[in-house]
Design a protein around this ligand. Structure first.
Ligand code: CP
Ligand code: NVA
Length: 300
C-alpha cells in the first residue's frame, strides 16, 4: 500500500499544485452556485477529529462533503476513546481502515503528524498550535477573486505571530508575495520549519501597513491561551487594525481576518464591517477551497 498524501502544511504542496487547487476551488464554487456540481465523493467518508472548538472549519468540511455526495463524521474527544487515553497511533490505524480521509483540529501539531504517520488515508490539518493551512487556501483564493494574482503583492500581518501568521509565511513562499509581520517583542512567529519567504519582521505596525495590498490580523489570544489573555491584550494593544492604519495601506487594500473576531481589540468595528473588509467571502471560501482539497487528495 503506497503512503497516502497528507495536507498538514502548505509546504506539502508545490506552488503549482496550490495554484491548480485554487483554480479548481473557483470552478467548484461556480458549479455549486449554478447547481451543476457533480457528486465527486459519493460513498466517501470524512472523519473530523476536533480537540478544540470550531464553527467555520466544522461546517465547511461537513457541508462540503454533503455537497460532494459523501458523508462527514464529527468526532470529539469528549465522546471517543481518544479522550480516554486510547493512543493516537491506534486511533489512526482504526479510523483509517473505516473512512477515506481524516481532518484533525488539534492542540499540538505533533499529534496530527503522529496520526498521519500511522494513517492509511490522507490527513488534513484543520488547525494546530503551529499552523492553519486550510485558512490560507481560502485567504489566497479570496484575494485573487477580488484583485487578481497575489504574486508580487505586499501583505501586512499585525498582532500575534500565531498559527495563522505562520501559515501566511508559508503562503508567501509558495504564492510569491512579500509579507510584513508587525508584532511586539516576544510575539514574532518562530520561523523554524517554515519556508523561506520575502519576509520583513518589525515592531512598527504603521511601517508594516504602509502601501500594503492586503492587511490581515487575528485574535490576540488563541484557543488554549485564555489564561494569559489579560497580559496578551495589554502587550498587543498598539497593534489594532483601525481606519487610521488602513489609510496608510494602498488605496484599494483589502482587509482579512480568519474569524472569530473581537471588535475593539485586534480590529475596529469600522474596519471589519467596512468596505475594504472581505471577511465574509473569506469565510465562505473555506467551503470551496476545502472541497477542492478533499477531491484532490482523494483523486476524484
Ligand atoms: N477560521 C476558523 O478556522 O474558524 P473556526 O475556528 O470557526 O473553525
Ligand atoms: N489563532 C486562532 C485561530 C482560530 C481560527 C486560534 O488558534 O484560536
Amino acid at each position: 500500500m503506497s503512503a497516502p498524501r497528507h495536507f498538514l502544511s502548505l509546504l506539502d504542496f508545490s506552488g503549482e499544485e496550490l495554484t491548480a487547487l485554487l483554480d479548481r476551488a473557483q470552478a467548484m464554487k461556480a458549479t455549486h452556485r449554478a447547481g451543476t456540481a457533480q457528486p465527486l465523493l459519493a460513498r466517501r467518508t470524512l472523519a473530523m477529529v476536533f480537540e478544540k472548538a470550531s464553527t467555520r472549519t466544522r461546517v465547511s468540511f461537513e457541508a462540503g462533503m454533503a455537497q460532494l455526495g459523501g458523508q462527514a463524521l464529527f468526532l470529539s474527544p469528549r465522546d471517543t476513546q481518544l479522550g480516554r487515553g486510547e493512543p493516537v497511533e491506534d486511533t489512526a490505524r482504526v479510523l483509517s481502515r473505516m473512512v477515506d480521509i481524516v481532518m484533525i483540529r488539534a492542540d499540538a501539531h505533533a499529534m496530527v503528524e503522529n496520526f498521519a504517520a500511522h494513517s492509511r488515508v490522507p490527513v488534513i490539518n484543520g488547525l494546530t498550535d503551529l499552523l492553519h493551512p486550510c485558512q490560507l487556501l481560502a485567504d489566497v483564493m479570496t484575494y485573487q477573486e477580488h484583485r487578481g494574482s497575489i504574486h508580487g503583492r505586499t501583505v501586512a500581518w499585525l498582532g500575534d505571530g500565531n498559527n495563522v501568521c505562520r501559515s501566511f509565511v508559508n503562503a508567501a513562499a509558495r504564492f510569491g508575495f512579500a509579507l510584513r509581520v508587525a508584532t511586539p517583542a516576544g510575539y514574532a512567529p518562530p520561523l523554524d520549519g517554515l519556508a523561506e519567504a520575502e519576509l520583513t519582521l518589525t515592531d512598527d505596525p504603521d511601517e508594516a501597513v504602509h502601501g500594503a495590498d492586503l492587511v490581515v490580523t487575528d485574535v490576540w489570544a488563541s484557543m488554549g491561551q485564555e489564561a494569559d489573555a489579560g497580559r496578551r491584550l495589554a502587550d498587543l494593544a498598539d497593534y489594532q487594525v483601525n481606519a487610521a492604519r488602513m489609510r496608510r495601506a494602498a488605496g484599494d487594500a483589502l482587509f482579512m481576518h480568519c474569524l472569530p473576531a473581537h471588535r475593539g481589540e485586534e480590529v475596529s468595528a469600522e474596519v471589519i464591517d467596512g468596505p475594504q473588509s472581505v471577511v465574509w467571502d473569506e469565510a465562505e471560501n473555506r467551503l470551496h477551497a476545502q472541497k477542492a482539497l478533499l477531491a484532490t487528495l482523494l483523486g476524484a
